[in-house]
Design a protein around this ligand. Structure first.
Ligand SMILES: Cc1ncc(COP(=O)(O)O)c(C=O)c1O
Length: 490
């Protein structure tokens, strides 16, 4: 019997490719405008109408619509509430303007739906991903010798990389039995150590892993925002006397607030002495570990058992790519290996065996293309440039009688405040806050407020490799004009 088949048609769509090129080019042109004419758009827009839409979203569409209309609608919607990270005066958090070549890499990887999760689902993806992991390790001066097993894993971001590192610490130090039995009946009382300035993803991960947030010892920092080594040792010894089992020491390679780097070489020694896994959370700053200006701060990073990096920060690739590097991948393999009756094991690496996710996006192609395009030297130039702009801002602040610098920048993050004003209707803290808010409302620059031990400071992060010293001059000028407008109105 023969059955006649007709192609499926939905809303007149037979090949589901209608206007693909036309729509694609429209999107690329839009991106080009956003990159090349970024200063024509406000730095941040979040109008009231958007907040209302959040409360009253559209109903699920029942019938389809023209693809070109939808592309227009999406572009318009994004512009209504656009966070313009490509603007040279976007100084928020560590959100970079992406390198266009990395965006194209992501498009290619996603367009062809390749995954580095498993060899059979993406042989080229697996190879290129493994190569990119090695390049990252070499770039930061962590490890230069590799064997067959990939020396780490790409993750969705820094938080997932940190969580994976804590799992390695748990499984390696407590013992692999914990992977089957958990901790419920265990007599172990594990403890983990990190400075007060360490990232919140660590305690989220401790909760997630069943170790519990209370096992985290948040060690005081000194005036320089680095972990206090004496306090750390005191705490470890006290815990040991009380029957706790120190399993992991987390050093921070660039705090999210001020970009400060812990004394990693001393931490490595302490971790070794007390038999702890030594993890460096270098999500923020790790890519500066091997460049001449900042190498001194990262001494000892090569002694870490694992290192978190976030290429979507100062490697200028789109969000959604973090990385956990290890000395060799064998611990990852022991901690995450899994199989099933539908899965035939091959001798080639299946990267889902080295991390939590199974199928996942191939985010490293954009980074691989960026490394090839710039070379490590080109990347170093971009990083040095952001450092020099932050240094220029710090010098400008120090030379100004009404401004106060929080600390010399280590990474391209500069924190300072208005410390003198003739304005007496508000406290200094309020003045700093109001000036920051005025800037955000006017849309010509964006930076955040850091509450440093009860005092408000401006936090300015040089995220964009196209930010120049003249942008810094204009930022300082605008801050004072906003201060004057406050004075006039009160
Ligand atoms: C030091 C540090 N660790 C971890 C993270 C978490 O990374 P992600 O936001 O990519 O999950 C961040 C994010 O800013 C960070 O600065």
């Amino acid at each position: 019997m023969t059955t006649e088949t007709t192609a499926l048609t939905v809303n007149g769509n037979k090949d589901f490719q209608s206007n693909f090129m036309e729509n694609g080019l429209k999107i690329l042109r839009f991106l080009e405008t956003a990159y090349h004419h970024s200063e024509t758009y406000p730095v941040l827009s979040s109008p009231l109408e958007l907040k209302q839409k959040l409360l009253n979203p559209d109903q699920l569409p029942q019938e389809g619509d023209e693809s070109s209309k939808i592309v227009d609608e999406a572009i318009q919607a994004i512009f209504t509430g656009y966070c313009n990270v490509s603007h040279p005066q976007y100084y928020g958090y560590i959100s970079p303007k992406p390198l266009p070549i990395s965006v194209l890499g992501d498009l290619l990887a996603e367009g062809l739906n390749q995954t580095p999760g498993a060899w059979r689902a993406g042989p080229a993806a697996t190879v290129i991903e493994t190569e990119t992991l090695r390049w990252l390790s070499q770039f930061i001066g962590y490890e230069d010798e590799f064997d067959k097993i990939p020396n780490g894993i790409f993750t969705s971001g820094g938080s997932m990389a940190n969580a994976s590192a804590l799992k390695l610490a748990r499984d390696t130090i407590i013992g692999r039995k914990v992977q089957d039995e958990g901790l419920v009946d265990s007599s172990f009382k594990p403890t983990v150590y990190m400075s007060q300035e360490g990232h919140f993803s660590i305690w989220k991960a401790l909760d997630f892993l069943g170790l519990g947030r209370n096992c985290l010892r948040r060690i005081e920092v000194g005036e320089d925002a680095r972990i206090d080594i004496n306090k750390l040792e005191e705490q470890v010894q006290k815990d040991r006397k009380m029957g706790y089992k120190p399993i992991c020491l987390v050093g921070t390679g660039g705090t999210s607030a001020t970009g400060t780097v812990d004394p990693l070489d001393s931490l490595a020694q302490i971790a070794k002495e007390y038999g702890m896994w030594f993890h460096v959370d270098a999500a923020a700053g790790g890519v500066f570990a091997n460049i001449p200006e900042t190498r001194q701060y990262f001494k000892g990073i090569n002694l870490a058992d694992s290192v978190t990096l976030d290429p979507c920060k100062w490697l200028f690739v789109p969000f959604g790519i973090g990385c956990l590097l290890t000395k060799n991948g064998s611990e990852l393999l022991k901690s995450f290996q899994a199989s099933s009756h539908y899965w035939e094991d091959l001798s080639e690496p299946d990267l889902f065996q080295m991390g939590f996710p199974g199928t996942r996006q191939w985010r490293s192609l954009g980074l691989w293309m960026a490394f090839k395009h710039l070379g490590s030297q080109g990347y170093c130039q971009l990083l040095s440039h952001t450092l020099s702009v932050a240094g220029y801002l710090a010098e400008t602040v120090k030379a100004h009688p009404d401004l106060e610098l929080l600390q010399e920048p280590t990474l391209p993050v500069c924190c300072f405040r208005i410390a003198n004003t003739t304005q007496h209707s508000f406290s200094l803290d309020q003045v700093n806050h109001l000036v920051q808010q005025l800037g955000v409302e006017k849309g010509n620059h964006y930076f955040t407020i850091l509450d440093w031990r009860g005092t408000n400071f401006f936090r300015v992060s040089i995220n964009n490799f196209q930010t120049q010293t003249q942008h810094i001059d204009s930022l300082i000028e605008t801050i004072f004009s906003q201060l004057n407008s406050l004075n006039l109105n009160h």
